[in-house]
Ligand binder design. Structure first.
Ligand code: VLZ
Length: 135
């Protein structure tokens, strides 16, 4: 039984998101808006199959994947790059490796109690986000 990420998760903290946006060449004006957004993560999981939406008042980002199956991810509305993404389990943690123009790109996501933790990394930058499960 893999970990269960199903639900709606509302952002409570977001550290260094601007560094990540900078690293993927998001423009100044967009960064100034996006850094203050309260993101909501909506996850529908069926075993290893994930449908994920990151929602905000400014922009949304959707990505679907199956753990263990590499796929082409187009980061539409973010940096609009095409990358090769592979998500795997590390115990109960989801680990994504995103191969493309930017080195050391990926994220890790896991649950602790009613909190969802997400660490996003690009090059030498790390962003730490925490979301709380909607009851
Ligand atoms: O997260 O890939 O949770 O499965 C931010 C959108 C999306 C709002 C960040 C701001 C996506 C837009 C991070 C400003 C340019 C991500 C995965 C793990 C999705």
């Amino acid at each position: 039984m893999p970990a269960d990420f199903n639900g709606q998760w509302v952002m409570v903290t977001n550290e260094n998101f601007e560094d990540i946006m900078n690293a993927i060449d998001i423009d100044f004006a967009t960064r100034k808006i996006a850094r203050h957004l309260t993101q909501t993560k909506v996850i529908v999981q069926n075993g290893d199959k994930f449908e994920t939406k990151t929602l905000s008042t400014f922009r949304n980002y959707e990505v679907n994947f199956t753990v263990g199956e590499e796929f082409e991810e187009v980061t539409k509305g973010l940096d609009n790059r095409t990358i090769q993404t592979l998500v795997t389990w590390d115990g109960d943690k989801l680990v994504a490796v995103q191969k493309g123009e930017k080195a050391n790109r990926g994220w890790m996501q896991w649950i602790e109690g009613d909190l969802l933790h997400l660490e996003i990394h690009v090059e030498d930058k790390i962003c730490k986000q925490v979301f709380k499960k909607k009851p």
